[in-house]
Design a protein around this ligand. Sequence first.
Ligand code: ITT
Length: 209
Amino acid sequence: MNVASPGRLLVATTNVGKLREIRDILGGLELTLVTLADHTPIAEPEETGSTFVENARIKALAYAAATGELTVAEDSGLEIDALDGEPGVRSARFNGESYPEKFATIRRMLAERGVDGSTARFVCSLVLARGDQLIWETRGVVEGRLAHPARGDRGFGYDPIFYYPPYGCTLAEVDGDRKAAVSHRGAAFRAFRDYLTGPAGPLGSGATS
Ligand code: ITT
């Protein structure tokens, strides 16, 4: 693949919030971005890893094998220090059907430990795979603290309870560009973009088709 012969990249996520953010960051590359919706339905792999990078590898390899595409996947989540890193890799399936319910669970768990708030971070582990090969990995992090009550209706997931001190508000109170400028996913996917277009990447000047 090279610039004269652009290829395809499967952005393998079932999460529409993630997909929107990733498309914004990867826009304009000489690469056709495809999604899981462009393929016949693929069974979601079980995320059996105990770390973000293990789960990102599971997803990237499963979707790469099922589609034959150059595939990027990520695993991400919220680590709350006062809860020993919970919900962490369980962020998507954490107690509570809705996010307000998940936020209430977090409040209750904090209260059980006699604390009112906590420092926290979002983490994003990104993995690129093709066939059965892991090609490239990176990780992005954004540090903040829990907000109470939840504030803002932008972003997705835990953004309304993630207070980002330099902005003085939660990540659900800023637009997508401002979130991406500082977020875990923004950091990971900007590094990925640099890799793709850099000398070792498939779109770089050293690339062969
Ligand atoms: P895929 O595995 O299909 O990508 P998923 O939502 O199941 O989708 P994860 O297992 O990686 O993905 O879980 C990530 C969860 O972490 C996500 O569902 C949110 O609850 C939370 N999360 C991750 N990034 C976030 C962000 O930028 N803002 C708010 N919450 C986020």
